[in-house]
Design a protein around this ligand. Sequence first.
Ligand SMILES: C[S@@+](CC[C@H](N)C(=O)[O-])C[C@H]1O[C@@H](n2cnc3c(N)ncnc32)[C@H](O)[C@@H]1O
Length: 318
Amino acid sequence: MSEHLSEQPSDHWSQYWSRGPLTSLPEDFQGNYDGEIASFWAERFQRLPTRARLLDVCTGNGALALLAAEHAHCHDMRFEITAVDAARIRPDLIASHRPDLAEALASIQFVSEIPMERFRADAESFDLVMSQYGIEYCDQSAVAPIVASLLKPGGELALVCHASSSDMVKTMQRELLEYQRLESLSLDRSLSAWLKGQLDSGRLRERLVRVGQSIYPAFQSSRSPLFGFVLQAINQLARLDERGLRQQRDGMEHLLSQLQGGRQRLDDMLRVNRLLESEDWFQPYLDAGLVQVDHGDLLYRQQHHAGRWFIFRRAGQD
Ligand SMILES: C[S@@+](CC[C@H](N)C(=O)[O-])C[C@H]1O[C@@H](n2cnc3c(N)ncnc32)[C@H](O)[C@@H]1O
């Protein structure tokens, strides 16, 4: 499998992370990953030497790197943590949303706008390479030899990946249908046409009202966060006169880019999940000399399937 998804810094992810969420699933996790996901990682961290080097691949806003930093702080360990992402990551912005994390963030070395395929560091320098819903976005055949060479002998690669059977992926599939519904109602085209001066304000209002009427019953039964967000925006915009709409131009551009970015991220996530359905998606890591030590399913809050975990080791130490 060599289809890769994003070797270039991805605007839609940069845009998403600039809004300050800690994870890519803010509806499932209000802050950082917790419950069984956090426990899974705590167990990996606990096995590390007191002084260890860790690499978080596809870190996003550093959720997993932060779990590691907090673990080290609480257990009197000294972790040197590097966190890589192809998107633009701004620890200062994350800290402005979460001042309580400023110290932990400052202890992490973020490598922003560098795809993992181009990340370089000293060979055999990391005790743990880790990724949460991340490494699967990379070109596996390019990244596997890099990861294998970065690991110390005996070092571990630990991953939590989405799985098509996970509850999060089911939510994503539902959300895709919602985006398709909004597209069939031409919401994005109407906003875009008005912004370009190709649609007058009266017609825009009519179309917004029509979109609202069409999705409201679905929102009532599903409480869909996407429909809720769109309805709130539509209700505000549809009440504005010509002047009010002009004053909201920036807001409308923002709404459009949030819808377009959201759809792109969803496409990314679902495409990655289709790749993960292949039983041998991780073969490049075995070809690069790592040995699969263990794997399993991750149950969140004892009931939600939150994906699959994998542990690989570089030979060289027991
Ligand atoms: C689903 S998010 C997960 C982020 C984070 N690990 C988390 O759990 O919140 C996937 C991340 O992978 C990043 N990404 C995609 N392709 C990449 C690549 N080739 N190299 C580095 N990062 C990449 C995206 O920018 C995005 O931030």
